[in-house]
Design a protein around this ligand. Structure first.
Ligand SMILES: [Zn+2]
Length: 422
């Protein structure tokens, strides 16, 4: 226990040595969320007046009024803007890079303050679940990277990466639990994979304090399964490379907006757009995230804003399933159908729906369900027929190429081309 706390303190000291005063910013996060909506808005307005970020038209945004009248910023515009910005300032900081869901890379540059704020928001969320940033993290994040840089980073962050897939999967899960992490963090699909392996192992272990799922859509039944397997509560995180954590689940199950400096709006045509009023290295004004979220006011004051993400969908381009050129329904219905199937059958598996042509959907599952792939396809088909009001053809998926299954984000792959998106 002493070693464990000493290790935690070492990480926090390393943060300080790197010029990242996380506790100070976490207190600022707490303070901002304790303010009334009006007072908080005033404080964010002042920050805008000081930072004056540029909007997509290239004009300075000096307050909330300017923000409201600004057009949204596409990823493409952002890339052009950043290139110009770099030429102007030529300053470098902490880089974050994303291949992006569109396949278009985005380069994010952060100075120390900006990185510290991001980490502070994370620390704020973790504390709600009895964790602290810097405690021992077991990360399920694809294959561990090799090389000194990532080893150093993992050392600083007090984390280890595990990969519970392939022939060594069982050993990997055993190693993970023997390491006694304070919490698990990772992709829902990998956590699910690990949970399934653990389920068949009958291993004694000290449960982690929490399991944090990120980056992928997850169903309630899948979450419950992970929670049972690891004997720990599961919290869902919603974030992006550009902003890091945007929303985090409270212990009551709401996904609260948690970054007080990130103003999140939901638009009909551009999906979710986010402004970071604190950012100075780059201007992120009404930035189009490419996800579709549905925000709702709640009465819950446990974490962050009372505004919560009610529905969360993957990329906006994948939002609709098409029956014909003019008939479509929301891809969310697939998730609901499969969730229902899983609750009824007591099984848990991952799934992906592919659409290559009008009116026909291929359903792929990570494991064949007990009653077979045809059974689940029929169930989803009937479920959708009730929802949509006409027959929906759902069939088991054929073999997928590595690139088809690897590049996926979310459970619905619209593969008919961009011109079908309404
Ligand atoms: Zn809540």
């Amino acid at each position: 226990m002493i070693i464990r706390s000493a290790r935690f303190l070492l990480t926090r000291l390393l943060f300080l040595a790197m010029g990242l005063p996380i506790s100070r910013y976490r207190k600022e996060v707490e303070q901002l969320w304790s303010l009334s909506k009006e007072v908080r808005a005033e404080s964010l307005g002042q920050l805008l007046a000081r930072n004056r970020p540029l909007n997509s038209a290239g004009s300075a945004v000096g307050g909330l009024e300017d923000l409201r009248s600004s057009l949204s910023l596409s990823k493409k515009q952002f890339r052009n803007q950043s290139t110009q910005g770099r030429e102007k300032h030529g300053k470098s900081g902490f880089g974050r890079h994303t291949a992006g869901t569109t396949g278009e890379p985005t380069q994010i540059t952060l100075d120390r303050k900006e990185l510290a704020r991001m980490l502070a928001v994370r620390d704020y969320c973790f504390r709600h679940h009895g964790l602290k940033l810097g405690q021992r993290e077991a990360r399920l994040w694809g294959r561990p990277e090799v090389g000194i840089k990532s080893r150093l980073k993992n050392f600083v962050m007090n984390r280890r990466v595990f990969h519970p897939v392939g022939p060594e999967a069982k050993d990997e899960v055993a190693n993970l639990l023997s390491w006694k992490p304070d919490y698990l963090y990772g992709y829902a699909s990998l956590l699910l994979e690990a949970a399934q392996i653990l389920d068949g192992m009958e291993m004694e272990f000290d449960p982690p304090k929490c399991v944090v799922c990120t980056a992928e859509s997850i169903l309630p039944a899948q979450k419950a399964y992970i929670s049972r397997a690891f004997k720990a509560p599961v919290a869902e995180e919603y974030g992006s490379t550009e902003f890091d954590v945007i929303a985090f689940e409270c212990t009551e199950g709401h996904r609260h907006l948690v970054n007080p400096w990130a103003l999140v709006e939901n638009t009909k045509d551009k999906g979710c757009i986010v402004t970071d009023v604190s950012r100075t290295s780059q201007s992120l004004v009404r930035y189009e995230l490419g996800d579709y979220v549905h925000l709702e006011s709640s009465n819950c004051t446990l974490l962050g804003s009372t505004e919560v993400i009610h529905q969360l969908e993957g990329r906006s381009i994948n939002r609709f399933a098409y029956l014909s050129k003019d008939e479509k329904f929301h891809a969310l219905e697939f998730a609901r159908a499969v969730d229902r199937y899983q609750s009824l059958s007591g099984e848990v598996f991952e799934f992906t729906v592919y659409q290559y042509q009008y009116g026909r959907f291929e359903l792929d599952t990570s494991l064949p369900p007990g009653k077979g792939s045809l059974d689940v396809s029929r169930f989803v088909s009937e479920y959708l027929c009730d929802v949509v009001g006409e027959p929906v053809n759902v069939v088991p998926a054929g073999e997928k190429t590595a690139s088809e299954s690897f590049t996926k984000k979310g459970y619905f792959i619209q593969a008919m081309g961009p011109d079908h998106e309404g």
